[in-house]
Design a protein around this ligand. Structure first.
Ligand SMILES: Nc1ncnc2c1ncn2[C@@H]1O[C@H](COP(=O)(O)OP(=O)(O)OP(=O)(O)O)[C@@H](O)[C@H]1O
Ligand SMILES: [Mg+2]
Length: 502
């Protein structure tokens, strides 16, 4: 392996932004046919390094070699011409255009007189989509696709060129299990063709399943490379954050208060049916199921984003009708939604203003802006969530993906709701901060909040929940106490098997 010419080699890459040394002399290389993980805490510099490689940023110092030839890439098209393809963490598609147009943007096949050759365009696109086994076609408008499918479009785009290196920046964050299988097949194909792959993810199981080596960044510095087969999660975590983590299951007994929220026979068209459950003050209720099982739709109904077709919602024993999110917030229910795009972050606004946005009218009573109050809210949640930003004035759009997620969580937590619903709260969050967020959710429960955690990550639901509701196909299949739940019976319940067995 060592005498192979690297597909890609970076030497002493430095990149600074105002107030941040995002990359501080990073060197590492990727071999052809290798899946190379890039790991590090939120804000460690992973995406920045990949943007340097993808021609999006120019490094302040350092050199890039592709197949040992020094290469300067001034923009993404030049990167593509050099065989470097980039699947972004934040989707970057033109929503009003078709799938085909997005995939071949800037390189549409033309007929004479510069007319787009639509037949060829669609045929080429459909051939690639077929490989990816997706349920849409070349003509589908991108804006109508789910986030997971938009991700597949980005992946399709990477397959149109003869790539030497393909970068996947957190590609599985919003994929279902079956979509992940397809993605891993695609990666294995690329690998077999000798493409060097850089794979960024915070999910350890994936890293250990598909990668050959792991390189770690910490605060913009290169910390070393480990052979995946010769290391373990603990060693990687140590290298990333400088300490080990306690990832044990939640077994602490809790003092439960009265029922905060009770839902009876709640249905919403074909999205979910006859949902009955309750959550008490002091309790964390986990919702586990496959993507599409109806968990998010229940949360959206409780938050006034959907109107139920039947059933009752009771808050502290009193039946309520929730007409809008504003109404939900007034009644004490908050929802941290799953998609970062819908989380109401204003990317051009600073960190503090994003966090205090829902409360601004309260904080800014009268003509004077209560700056101090806003900054102290920001400071408090920055510390609790370990948000990494140069200052509260930093534009949220310039934060790393995980830190943007933390701003969203801080925003809803700072409203001190009675019932807090979090949907996939740690998507894109590094292992260290993940356990901080888990602890924070447990702390909130201990303070008397009723917390509902929706998650597709089994270790997460097992770790934070006092009780777990398993959903399948719009229905609640089973409810488990923390004591009785096992990985096996949970998997059975969310695959629709448990019912027959019970
Ligand atoms: N355009 C920019 N302007 C200013 N600062 C930036 C910009 N892009 C990134 N940064 C800063 O550079 C640092 C590295 O960010 P980067 O996005 O590379 O982190 P990351 O390792 O990808 O994190 P995550 O796991 O959260 O995605 C962060 O402190 C970030 O705020
Ligand atoms: Mg990133």
């Amino acid at each position: 392996m060592t005498d192979q010419t690297p597909a890609l080699r970076l030497e002493g890459i430095v990149k600074t932004f105002p107030g941040v040394r995002a990359l501080d002399g990073v060197s590492f290389s990727v071999l052809p046919g290798e899946v190379h993980a890039l790991m590090g805490e939120n804000g460690a510099g992973k995406s920045t390094l990949m943007k340097v490689l993808g021609g999006i940023y120019q490094p302040d110092e350092g050199r890039i070699f592709i197949a040992e030839r020094e290469t300067v890439m001034n923009n993404p098209l030049e990167a593509k011409a050099n065989g470097v393809m980039f699947i972004h963490q934040e989707l970057s598609l033109a929503e009003e255009l078709s799938v085909a147009e997005n995939i071949y943007l800037g390189e549409l096949p033309l007929r004479r007189f510069g007319v787009v050759d639509w037949a060829t365009l669609y045929a080429r696109t459909d051939a690639i989509l077929e490989k990816l086994k997706v349920g849409f076609n070349a003509r589908t408008v991108v804006g109508s696709l789910s986030i997971a499918n938009q991700q597949m479009v980005e992946i399709a785009r990477a397959l149109t060129v003869d790539a030497k290196a393909v970068i996947f920046d957190e590609p599985t964050a919003s994929l279902t299990d079956s979509e992940k299988v397809v993605l891993f097949d695609v990666i294995a194909d690329l690998q077999a063709q000798g493409v060097g792959i850089i794979y960024i993810s915070h999910r350890m199981e994936e890293i250990f399943k598909i990668t050959d080596r792991i390189s770690v960044l910490r605060d913009g510095e290169y910390r070393g490379t480990l052979a995946t087969a010769e290391t373990n999660e603990d060693e990687v975590t140590q290298l990333m954050i400088g300490r080990s983590l306690d990832l044990s299951r939640n077994t602490a007994p809790v003092e439960l208060g009265p029922v905060a929220l009770r839902v009876e026979g709640l249905s919403c068209g074909s999205l979910f049916n006859d949902a009955t459950f309750e959550v008490r003050e002091g309790e964390v209720l986990g919702f586990y199921g496959l993507v599409g099982a109806g968990r998010t739709e229940i949360a959206e109904t409780l938050f006034g984003l959907r109107t139920p077709t039947s059933g009752r919602i009771m808050l502290k024993g009193e039946e309520v009708t929730i007409t809008s999110p504003i109404d939900a917030i007034a009644k004490g229910i908050s929802l941290v939604p799953e998609s970062r795009k819908e989380q109401g972050l204003v990317l051009g606004m600073n960190c503090r203003d994003n966090m205090t946005l829902p409360q601004v009218s309260d904080l800014r009573a009268g003509p004077f802006v209560a700056e101090g109050a806003e900054i102290s809210i920001y400071d408090q949640y920055r510390d609790r969530l370990q948000i990494k930003a140069p200052s509260w004035r930093t534009t949220v759009g310039n934060l790393s993906g995980g830190n943007q997620q933390k701003i969203v969580i801080g925003k809803w937590l700072s409203m001190r709701p009675e019932v807090l619903i979090v949907d996939e709260p740690t998507r894109g969050i590094d292992v260290g901060s993940k356990s901080e967020i888990h602890n924070l959710l447990r702390d909130l429960a201990a303070q008397g909040y009723a917390v509902i955690v929706i998650s597709s990550e089994m270790p997460e639901v097992l770790h934070v929940s006092d009780r777990i509701v398993a959903m399948y196909n719009g229905r609640i299949m089973r409810e488990f106490s923390a004591a009785e739940v096992t990985e096996d019976n949970l998997i059975q319940a969310i695959s629709g098997i448990a019912n027959e067995a019970a």
